[in-house]
Write a protein that binds this ligand. Structure first.
Ligand SMILES: Nc1ncnc2c1ncn2[C@@H]1O[C@H](COP(=O)(O)OP(=O)(O)OP(=O)(O)O)[C@@H](O)[C@H]1O
Ligand SMILES: [Mg+2]
Length: 452
């Protein structure tokens, strides 16, 4: 069934107009067309190509800009058939030549409506899929994490700049990725840069790119992270570590939506969503002059606060179960379960390393557990409170006394070796098991003379 109220006819030819008006019970007139189109959204617009005060092509262009979902059908005299073909190339759905055949136009309209229905169904299904999957990899049922989901839901479809705040290991990067991969830019790049992990003198070129020969060592042109992320999202992690002179350059990029690589005399237009994150208090940094206030307001359009794990204890057991399942899969071992009293112990611990620490502890415990059930005694002693040191207890004191630094090095060496064994030599994994940064692990291995 054609819903005639959704169809606008723009034609100055009284004869064909009358004919169509009778057939479709709806008519519009050229002089009023744009006025009507500005206020009403039509499913189908049928317009003559040549009108006294405006051309059908102009109407087509207007609709393509303002209402791309509207289907445009053109009416043309024989002489302008070529233009009609051109118009179809520009997005018109079909064209009808005069004199108008009512059956033909009805057929075209029903085809157009069929196409619209398919587009809508497709959109509906994609939304359903999106709703089912959104943020599903972020685990938690606490009121605090639900508030985060609500805030994420409100901003996911927008381009607003987001500043994610939270202690280390609370899931800032996870949230940033979820916002990108559930939003309209999901098919475009997500580029993360950890401003704190890149030496200060390299950060500028990493972010903005450089031209060949612009400084010693710049042997070829290199696109910066902004250029790589164009069309998508850039995630500026540990934004609080950015040196003040680069903060100004970053501010300019954000204000002007373009980036100029070092040594270039041209700039590149940017269409980018900015998500930044920090575990430092930027307001304090502003007060002591180490962070620009104007940049802070640019980045912090919508803040998302990730509360520390100790403030959302309800999530601990569900997260622990989730990580245990994941660990068993990674370790390719039989499914393990927690004894019921383990959760109470896990909830008592303050988790200074937040979710990341919990994930590491579960992974380590699963890897070392000999039975199918994890008991309190299987947890590391600093969590279980059971005095079962992981290192050799010294029972006799040598004559020369103890060299504390030497003894601690032995323990470190031992733990690092164990972690490397458990991770089959993969340093990133070993560092995660030990809850230290990969760079710290590499530095310690060098100092302690440990080879992979
Ligand atoms: N709610 C959650 N559900 C599932 N996994 C989580 C959750 N929060 C964090 N994680 C996991 O914990 C680890 C740390 O998260 P992430 O790297 O996002 O934290 P972060 O806040 O960016 O930490 P840092 O400040 O140290 O960079 C990741 O492996 C992440 O997948
Ligand atoms: Mg992070």
């Amino acid at each position: 069934m054609i819903n005639t109220t959704d169809i606008l006819l723009i034609d100055d030819d009284i004869q064909s107009n009358n004919l169509l008006r009778i057939a479709l019970e709806r008519a519009g007139y050229s002089e009023a067309a744009l006025e009507i189109l500005a206020h009403t959204c039509f499913t189908i617009v049928i317009t003559d190509l040549i009108l006294p005060d405006i051309s059908g092509l102009e109407i087509l262009k207007h609709l393509q800009d303002k209402a791309p979902q509207t289907t445009v059908i053109l009416i043309t005299g024989y002489a302008s058939a070529e233009t009609a073909v051109e118009a179809m190339k520009n997005g018109a759905f079909d064209y009808i030549t005069k004199p108008i055949n009512i059956d033909k136009i009805k057929l075209i309209i029903s085809k157009a409506l069929e196409k619209q229905k398919l587009i809508e169904e497709n959109l509906f299904l994609r939304r359903q899929l999106h709703n089912n999957h959104s943020f599903s990899n972020i685990i938690g049922t606490s009121t605090a994490i639900q508030a985060v989901f609500t805030r994420m839901g409100k901003v996911v479809e927008t381009d607003s700049s987001i500043l994610i705040l939270g202690e280390s290991g609370t899931g800032k990067e996870l949230v940033a990725r979820a916002l990108h991969y559930n939003g309209p830019r999901q098919d475009k790049p997500f580029v993360a840069i950890n401003c704190g992990a890149i030496p200060e003198d390299l950060l500028e070129s990493e972010l903005f790119g450089h031209m060949r020969g612009s400084f010693t060592g710049a042997v070829k042109n290199k696109p910066g992270k902004f250029e790589q992320a164009n069309g998508g999202t850039i995630f500026l992690d540990e934004i609080g570590t950015m040196p003040v002179h680069l903060q100004l350059k970053l501010l300019r990029v954000l204000q002007e939506h373009e980036v100029e690589p070092i040594g270039a005399n041209h700039s590149i237009k940017l269409d980018i969503r900015i998500i930044s994150a920090t575990n430092t208090n930027l307001e304090e940094m502003i007060a002591n002059g180490t962070f620009r206030e104007d940049l802070f307001y640019r980045l912090n359009v919508i803040p998302i606060n990730l509360p520390p794990l100790r403030e959302r204890k309800e999530d601990i057991s569900i997260l622990a179960r989730h990580f245990l399942k994941k660990s068993c899969k990674n370790l390719k071992c039989a499914p393990l379960v927690f004894a019921n009293d383990v959760f109470g112990v896990l909830e008592q611990y303050p988790w200074p390393g937040n979710v990341r620490e919990l994930e590491n502890i579960v992974e380590r415990t699963a890897a070392l557990c000999d039975s199918t059930k994890i008991e309190i005694a299987d947890l590391p002693t600093h969590i279980s409170g059971i005095n079962k040191p992981h290192y050799q207890v010294i029972t006799t004191l040598p004559n020369s006394g103890l060299d504390m630094a030497f003894q601690l090095q032995q323990i470190e060496r031992d733990w690092i070796r164990q972690a490397l064994d458990l991770s089959a030599g993969v340093k990133t994994k070993a560092a995660a098991l030990l809850n230290i940064k990969r760079t710290t692990l590499v530095e310690k291995m060098k100092r302690l003379g440990i080879e992979t």
